[in-house]
Each structure stands twice: as C-alpha cells, then as structure tokens.
Design a binder for this molecule. Structure first.
Ligand code: CU
Length: 138
C-alpha cells in the first residue's frame, strides 16, 4: 500500500465525491453535445426547461454553455436565454466584429450569423465575468 505525504506549501486539493447522478448528467451532456441540450432548474428559481438548437448557446445560471462554440462561416448562432431572475445579454468583445443582443433578456432567443472566419469573444454586459467565445472556421 502506498502512502502519500503532503508536500509543505502544496496542500492536497480537496476532493469531492461525485455522485452517480452528476456523472450521468455529464455523460448525457457529452452525448448530446451538438444535438440539443435540455436545461432545467431544480432549485425553484422559476426556470423552465428549454431546448437549445444545434449551433446554439444556452444562457442560464450565469453562464454561456458551451462557453466556446465552433461553427463554419455562414452559420447562424442562436443564444437561448433562460435565467428568469437574472436577465443577460450577448455583447461582442472583439473590435473585429461588433454584435449585441441589446437589452438583457430573462427568456427568449437571439441569433447572429457569422460570415467571417475568426475568434470572437463576447460577454454579458450585466455580469461582465460571464464570457463566451465563438470560433468561426472557413
Ligand atoms: Cu448576465
């Protein structure tokens, strides 16, 4: 049996038990990746299940999911808002390409068609730590 000693100044990271349910969700999310992602909130925040289309980004729980989406040039990306208690928006951080969904939305969708290859960072103007990236390939 091997023993592990803590290295001074390098405390072991705490590990948290992952439940079977959490693992199951992860597997499901991977399996669905570019199909559709159903999002629901079980903590009573008022979110309702939504379906995110292919080339879509879910805007919920103060996050863009996936945080990086790669699409071919000419693709229309749709953001699906589902954070009733915290409206968000989508605002370009790239000087090469400006886009904005406008006023923050608690629900609904906003779409933008990317016609030039590049890497385009964006954020939510209300919660500026909410960041995402669209990578557009030729
Ligand atoms: Cu926000």
């Amino acid at each position: 049996m091997r023993t592990f000693r803590a290295v001074p100044g390098h405390p072991r990271l705490a590990t948290f038990p992952r439940t079977r349910a959490v693992r199951g969700v992860g597997v499901a999310a991977i399996a669905l990746s570019f199909a559709s992602i159903a999002a629901s909130c079980s903590s009573g925040t008022g979110s309702t299940p939504v379906t995110v289309p292919p080339n879509g980004v879910l805007v919920a729980h103060y996050a863009f999911t996936p945080s990086t989406l790669t699409v071919r040039s000419g693709t229309t990306v749709t953001w699906v808002f589902n954070d009733p208690n915290a409206p968000h928006n989508v605002v370009s951080r790239s000087s090469a390409l400006r886009f904005s969904s406008g006023s923050p939305l608690p629900r609904g969708t906003w779409s933008f068609t990317f016609t030039r290859p590049g890497t385009y960072a964006y954020r939510c103007d209300v919660h500026t730590w909410m960041r995402g990236t669209i990578v557009v390939t030729p």
